[in-house]
Design a protein around this ligand. Structure first.
Ligand code: HEM
Length: 342
């Protein structure tokens, strides 16, 4: 384990921990670890409803996947995703990610943009292949288009392209009812930007510009990156009952933003919370959510990211370009991250 890491400043816009706070234009923000966990596991807080659309469109996909499903539909749809993931061996995913990453570096001349050539395509190709999609490369490309428009509130101009990509993905998905195929596509879409953001952030911390790679174990590095530089910064809920949270009374219909980025720095849970300390006790991380809707792909994401990073560590050095992130209300994904290949 490497000691004496510098503290990691919160990403711009990360609030500090405190009681739930309300502002009319943004609703409630929940920032303390205990409050975020309580809201994730209390049925008074539900995922906001989404509108559906004609079959085969992005709106239809969103309304059919477990992620945005109302309570009565959620369990069955989640079961489709959990069943599909169950036979996937994380070690096999890691090794396939290693193989694909090595192949990309082999083809590259001297430089690679980790985000464009590895962080999105490698996990998506690996998962699409293992989940039975025909043409995993085409599936991965289509998933990235859908992911860019997937979260409600993202630029509607992206929707028409995403509609066509959903149609293409339905044609590539394995046989099954439309609902089953939608939830298989949902797995890939959920995996896309979050896993890419994790790989990008971890590569940023692993390969300091102009320096040697850090020596922390990849698993420890990933856990600490997920805590301090999380690719999923927050998730939304709406209250369906009057509810008391963290000493505040929230009326029915309150929009709520659960801030993982703030809760992961809660001093009640993490000692010296701003210190980047790979290998610290892992319990308490909220970046994969919690409760009935917590991420079913956490082990898969970690395995895929480990495969990519283990190769980067051996073969790449970082160019000293500043890191920028894509504009997004809740995700944190680097736009580019150039490395030179040895
Ligand atoms: C670093 C990578 C990832 C992060 C940080 C992440 C985080 C999350 C979080 C926070 C949720 C819950 C959202 C909420 O409660 O509002 C979630 C749900 C979900 N994630 Fe992930 N995820 C990641 C990767 C993946 C991967 C690789 C897969 C698939 C292989 C996946 C599949 C899903 C699915 C299907 C759901 C919806 C679960 C449900 O409806 O019950 N995620 N993820």
């Amino acid at each position: 384990m490497t000691l004496n890491w510098p503290p990691i400043a919160p990403a711009p816009g990360t609030p500090s921990c405190g009681p739930p706070s309300f502002e009319p234009e943004r609703g409630w923000w929940v920032t303390r670890h205990a409050d975020v966990r309580a809201a994730l596991t209390d049925p008074a807080f539900q995922v906001p409803a989404v509108d559906t659309g004609p079959p085969g469109t992005l709106a239809w996909l969103r309304a059919t996947v477990s992620r945005f499903s109302p309570p009565l539909r959620h369990a069955d749809r989640r079961a489709v995703a959990v069943r599909a993931l169950a036979p996937l061996d994380p070690d096999d995913l890691r090794l396939e990610a290693v193989r694909l990453t090595v192949a990309v570096l082999h083809r590259a001349e001297h430089r690679v943009d980790v985000m464009r050539e590895l962080a999105r395509p490698v996990p998506l190709r690996t998962l699409a292949g293992r989940l039975g999609f025909a043409d995993p490369v085409a599936a991965g490309t289509a998933v990235a288009v859908v992911a860019a428009a997937y979260h409600p509130g993202v630029d509607p101009a992206l929707t028409a392209r995403a509609d066509r990509a959903v149609t293409a993905l339905l044609a590539l998905a394995p046989q099954g009812s439309p609902e089953v195929r939608a939830n298989l596509i949902g797995l890939l879409v959920q995996a896309c930007d979050a896993t890419a953001g994790l790989i990008g952030a971890a590569a940023h911390h692993l390969l300091p510009p102009g320096g040697a790679p850090t020596t922390a174990r990849t698993a420890d590095l990933l856990a600490e990156v997920l805590r301090l530089d999380p690719p999923v910064r927050a998730t939304r809920r709406v209250t369906v009952d009057e509810v008391r949270l963290g000493g505040q009374d929230l009326p029915v219909g309150s929009p709520v933003l659960l801030r993982f980025d703030a809760a992961n720095r809660d001093p009640q849970v993490f000692s010296e919370p701003a210190t980047f300390r790979p290998g610290r006790p892992g319990a308490g991380l909220l970046t994969f959510g919690a409760g009935e809707r917590g991420c079913p792909g956490d082990r898969h994401a970690l395995a895929l990211a480990t495969g990519v990073l283990d190769v980067l560590r051996e073969r790449c050095r970082r160019d000293p370009d500043p890191l920028r992130h894509e504009p997004h209300p809740t995700l944190r994904v680097p736009t580019t991250l150039e490395v030179s290949v040895r």
